[in-house]
Structure formats: structure tokens, C-alpha cells
Design a protein around this ligand. Sequence first.
Ligand code: AMP
Ligand code: MN
Ligand code: MN
Length: 320
Amino acid sequence: MSRTDYAGAVNALVDAGSICVVTHVRPDADAIGSATALMLGLRQRGKEVRALIGQDREISGNLLSIPKSEEIELTQELPLGFDLYVTVDCGALDRTGYLAPGLERAREEGRLLCIDHHASNEGFGSVNLVDVACESTTVVLIDVMDKMSLQVDRAIAHCLYAGLVTDTGSFRWGRPSMHTLAARLMRYGLDTKQIAVDLLDSTTVEDIQMLGRVFQSLSIEQAGAHSLGILVASLDDIGGHTDSAVESLVDFVRALEGTDMGVVFKEMAPQVWAVSLRSSTINCAEIALRMGGGGHLPAAGYTAHGTASEAVAQLVEVMS
Ligand code: AMP
Ligand code: MN
Ligand code: MN
């Protein structure tokens, strides 16, 4: 069975009358934009569609600029009885948080479609559309929606563009066709300047002060032949700050001179660290997989436990 089954995905979506869309916890713009674009597109066909995230934490304010994002429900329980369950932008089943056990049952029943673009995704659905050539999951969805002859409108274009502009680092990496797709979406009248402000640039005094505190922790660690630029963001530093500010930290170490990899340790709960890896020379997905996480070659992540120095030492050991 193919991991990149466009026909199987389209058939599953066409056949289903009711569809439950699930995206990943700690969502980014690709997660939200994929869920909302698919929801809006499928509703054109009169289908009953809900979109869910399996976490308690509110979706960060900047992502609520994406059309219909306010309809995404935060829940601990997967509602039963849908014809089809679709995960979008989830590289592994555990990225669905509370909803993973329910989705596992949906897979056993042959009702789980996985639509994604992560290199580390092995295809955890009963039907899988994992296209690792795509810059964002919204790029995969453009193809799916075209194959279903769904009509892109301004709201859907906004959702799709949100994933494309953010997952390409503002069009810094990707195929030539990312620009063609961006041009196509812009023709629906998107205010791309405002979208950039909402999703990428908007910040607050408190968040800038937080960044300043975290930058004090910058250190260089040697791991075998590699040099790592490391930021440690403790719960004391980042508690109460926006996800967008916390997620922006990694951009400052992704290409630090004299290093091969940038790493940010973000303490999400006491001694529980969301770790982000970025590199243009080292395979981040492979290292993240060894640490129990996943992702793409240049950007990946995993969860670590313990004190900050223990978490750093675990990574250094694995890479040495
Ligand atoms: P982040 O550093 O959180 O922006 O994540 C970079 C990439 O790695 C994203 O594509 C994530 O989907 C993936 N990733 C991050 N954390 C995890 C994790 N705990 N498990 C699997 N994949 C992850
Ligand atoms: Mn994502
Ligand atoms: Mn993505």
C-alpha cells in the first residue's frame, strides 16, 4: 500500500458523508490552515464536517486570524460515528494528543485518512497521503481539492496560503512551484501583507522581553564532530507567553555562525521539554526519530524529560 495515495484519499473523502478532521497539538499555521481549508472545501459538497485538536490549551491568538479557525474545537474525546477521520499535518499519531486512542480505533475500522508532508511519517492511517515533496500540508490539500473539483474561494485561499507562507519560512525554502501556488492563491484577493503581520511579525513588549531573557542562555555545545547552538527556555521564562513568540526562538539559532545545528529546549510543563532542531547540514528528522520524535530533514522535534542540563546531555550523547 502506497504512503502517497492521492486516489485513495480522494475516494475516501468523496465517499464519506460525515468527516472529522483532526490536526496536531501545539498547532502552527499549517495545522490550522489545513484543518480549516479542508473543512470549508468539504462543506461545499454538503458534508457534515467538524475540526478538532486534542489539547486543553487555547489556540494562540495570531492563528485565530485564519478564517474559521474559531470553529476548531479543543477536546479530550474523539466523537464517535463519523464515516471518516482525517488527520492533517500530523507526522505521527501521538501528535494528535488526547485523540490518539480514538483515532487508533478508527484506523482499525479502516476509517482513518492521514494527509501530511513530514519525512518521518510512516503512514499511520488506513489510507495515507504523505507527500514529502510538498512544502506544507496545505500544498498537499490544494492538489486534493483540485482533484475533487472543489472551488477555492478567498477564505479557502487564505487558509491554504497560511500554511504555505509559514512552512516555507516566508518562501525561503521549497520548490519553484511554491511561488506559482502562492501567485494562484493571491489572485483570490488575499491581503498577504496583513497575513504576514498576523502570522509572522506581530509581537508584544512582554514577548520581546522574554526573548531577551532566553537569549541570555545561549550556549555552544560540542557533540562529537558537531557544534550545537542551544537556547534553553524554562517555564519561568516562557510561562504565559504566546506560542508564536516561543516558537520564534528557533529562528535565531537555525543558522548561527560556527554551528551545525540550532536547538531550543522549551519547558512546557515542569521538566517536560518540547525540543526543536534546525539544521541545513545535519538530518534533523533522523536525530529526532532516535529521541522518539520526528519531523523533516531541516526541521524536527521531540519531547525530553528531566532538568535542562539532563535534557541537553541526552541530546549531546545521542549525537556523539
Ligand atoms: P517544531 O520544532 O516544533 O517547529 O517542529 C519541527 C518539526 O518537527 C515539525 O514539522 C513537527 O511536526 C515535528 N515535531 C516536533 N515535535 C515533534 C514530536 N514530539 N514528535 C514528532 N514530530 C515532532
Ligand atoms: Mn505543523
Ligand atoms: Mn506542516
